[in-house]
Design a protein. Structure first.
Length: 98
């Protein structure tokens, strides 16, 4: 069963995972609500200078790329939900499974 390794992670490992996720969530919360950043996920880290182009975040190219990233994330979430339901509930999807 592919979900068995999740049960093998020790409690200290889960604490580390939750701590790291909490740090990222708090950084995002601070940036979004305290610093009043208008764009979710903008942490100010741009080593390749994508936002330094003409128009910045509002340029047509970056607006298109952001929308593509959002749609890609939605498709990935649906794929993971389908995989999880197919593995957890055998026969839940009408697709042949080896």
């Amino acid at each position: 069963d592919p979900l068995d390794p999740i049960a093998m992670v020790p409690a200290a490992g889960w604490v580390q995972v939750l701590f790291a996720a909490g740090i990222f969530e708090l950084a995002g919360w601070k940036r979004q609500w305290t610093d009043k950043s208008p764009i979710p996920g903008d942490y100010g880290y741009d080593p390749l200078g994508f936002t330094k182009r003409e128009g910045g975040w509002d340029s047509a190219e970056l607006t298109k790329l952001r929308m593509m990233e959002i749609k890609n994330g939605r498709v990935a979430m649906m794929a993971m939900a389908g995989w999880l339901s197919n593995e957890s509930i055998p026969g839940s999807l009408p697709v042949w499974h080896p």
